[in-house]
Design a protein around this ligand. Structure first.
Ligand code: ZN
Length: 79
């Protein structure tokens, strides 16, 4: 058995709790970023009328449902 003082036990407990909080925050940030990337994967913004729509077709130039203009797929910038 390892001799541990009460002060050492408190330090180990607090270090473990801080580690768990940091790990949970990091995992939540990774999940949120992955969810955002997945949500914006098929998003297209029309360069003509600025309508944002989702297009799941494999077409490289999806047509805008409002004005019919062909649009290039560009990545949305994160705020
Ligand atoms: Zn449009």
């Amino acid at each position: 058995m390892i001799p541990v003082t009460f002060k050492g036990l408190i330090i180990v407990y607090l270090s473990t709790m801080v580690g768990i909080v940091i790990l949970a925050y990091t995992l939540a940030a990774i999940r949120r970023r992955r969810r955002e990337r997945h949500a914006l994967q098929h998003a297209v913004r029309c360069h003509f009328c600025a309508l944002e729509f989702h297009d799941n077709s494999p077409s490289p130039l999806p047509e805008c449902p409002r004005c019919g203009a062909s649009n290039e797929r560009t990545r949305f910038a994160r705020l």
